[in-house]
Design a protein around this ligand. Structure first.
Ligand SMILES: Nc1nc2c(c(=O)[nH]1)N[C@H]1C(S)=C(S)[C@@H](COP(=O)(O)O)O[C@H]1N2
Ligand SMILES: [Mo]
Length: 402
């Protein structure tokens, strides 16, 4: 087993002091922590700057934010934000001269390459938004789909800054005739000997997304890290993670969706037991969703009395209208209070519900409603690859109050 330098001191302390703490009644907690330390994977090198204590390392390319780490502020710090890479990230040298990175814009009247330096002259906009993997919540599907079994932490609410994509289109003479999709391509190196179409990260979203899309160079106030797609990322607010192309190399306004495998027959919602094809629905706009981040069962028993139940809620491609909390597993619901600043329709809101809880066991659930009146459903839509899970029942938590 290997440990990262950052995680060494604390874990060694826990291992070393397990038996000592057992004597003072902390044995259960300590054994849990030791078991976790024994199985925890180290942070991969390209994300060594992340906060290991806030993350679950599923693999070198899939890291999940711990549910308990979301806290009660609005923005997810970059150090805690999840990671999902389908291919190895490009070499870090692509960040050596960020302004020199170029993106090729196609499907406009005057197609050409633009450098980041040039993009910076065309406008600036900032958007706060939920970045969420389409597979977030996959871990709740009973048929155990292949892919990372994320629970809630393949998501975060982050701030991007860059140039509105529509400004770029305007600067290049407007859209070419027949443009119906925005097709973005990632700048990863395709491994030798494989068909590029089967692995390249290239996604098409409806042209309507042009209204809010950005070519972004900043994340949470800093130049975008390699891990999160620097020097330049295509940001499509309201759309699931995969549509937000890191290290974007080409943006093409196309009459048709790309035939790349990641669009044509992956990231599609197909019935359990079937293989996805282009006939199935693609993961695009996010649906209305919420979950509770505290109290959580892993924090142990909750002290009887006043309890602040809190979590996050968002509308996805729509704005959020509100969120309710249930203390009885969904039999009755009461409105929760949205807290913190409203950072716009694509951001999440933190919510709180203050309750007086007597000793007992409670199933705490939350249920959001979007601006169109769509209510977060009780049940997930079953599908082969475990996408788009917004079931409030799956996200409910059971806590013991003593
Ligand atoms: N170029 C490129 N862009 C990409 C990916 C990728 O592998 N390569 N992964 C996508 C997927 S599936 C998700 S969920 C998000 C994850 O973003 P993050 O790692 O910055 O959290 O990036 C998306 N954009
Ligand atoms: Mo994803």
């Amino acid at each position: 087993m290997q440990e990262t330098p950052t995680s060494l001191p604390r874990r060694h302390l826990l291992v070393g002091s397990a038996s000592a703490l057992a004597g003072v009644g902390l044995a259960t907690w300590t054994q849990g922590a030791v078991a976790q330390a024994a199985t925890a994977k180290p942070l991969p090198a390209f994300v060594s700057w992340k906060d290991a204590s806030a993350l679950i390392v599923h693999s070198s390319s899939t890291l999940e934010t711990k549910r308990s780490a979301f806290g009660t502020s609005v923005i997810t710090p970059s150090e805690q934000l999840f990671i999902r890479n389908n291919l190895n990230a490009p070499d870090a040298s692509i960040l050596d001269n960020r302004d020199a990175w170029t993106v090729s814009i196609e499907g406009v009247k005057s197609p050409r390459e633009l450098s980041v330096a040039e993009l910076k002259t065309l406008g600036i906009e900032t958007v706060a938004m939920v970045l969420q993997c389409s597979g977030n919540g996959r871990g709740f599907f009973p048929h155990k789909p292949s892919g990372t079994p994320w629970t809630v932490g393949a998501a975060g609410c982050v701030v991007w800054s860059g140039v509105p994509l529509k400004n770029v289109v305007q600067a290049l003479g407007g859209l070419a005739d027949g443009a119906r999709y925005i097709t973005g391509t990632g700048g990863e190196k395709i491994p030798d000997g494989v068909d590029p179409n089967s692995v390249k990260v290239e996604r098409s979203v409806p042209i309507a997304a042009l209204e809010d899309a950005l070519l972004a160079w900043e994340l949470n106030g800093s130049p975008i890290s390699l891990a999160h797609g620097g020097p330049l990322r295509l940001i499509v607010p309201g759309y699931t993670g995969v549509n937000n192309i890191k290290y974007v190399k080409t943006v093409a306004f196309t009459p048709k969706e790309t035939t790349a495998g990641i669009m044509a027959n992956r990231y599609r919602v197909s019935p359990v037991g079937t293989k996805a094809t282009s006939e199935h629905e693609s993961v695009l706009g996010m649906n209305v969703k919420s979950w509770i981040n505290g109290p959580l069962p892993e924090d142990g028993n909750v002290k009887a009395g006043r309890v602040q139940i809190h979590g996050v809620a968002f509308g996805g491609i729509e704005a959020l209208r509100g969120v309710e909390v249930s203390l009885d597993g969904g039999k009755t619901w009461q409105a929760a209070r949205l807290v913190g600043p409203d950072l716009g329709k694509y951001a999440w809101r933190q919510f709180v519900f203050s309750a007086d809880l007597k000793p007992g066991t409670y199933t705490l659930a939350s249920r959001a409603t979007d601006a169109k009146g769509t209510v977060q459903p009780e049940q997930r839509v079953e599908n082969q690859d475990g996408y788009n899970n917004n079931s409030w029942r799956d996200h409910a938590v059971q806590v013991t109050v003593a």
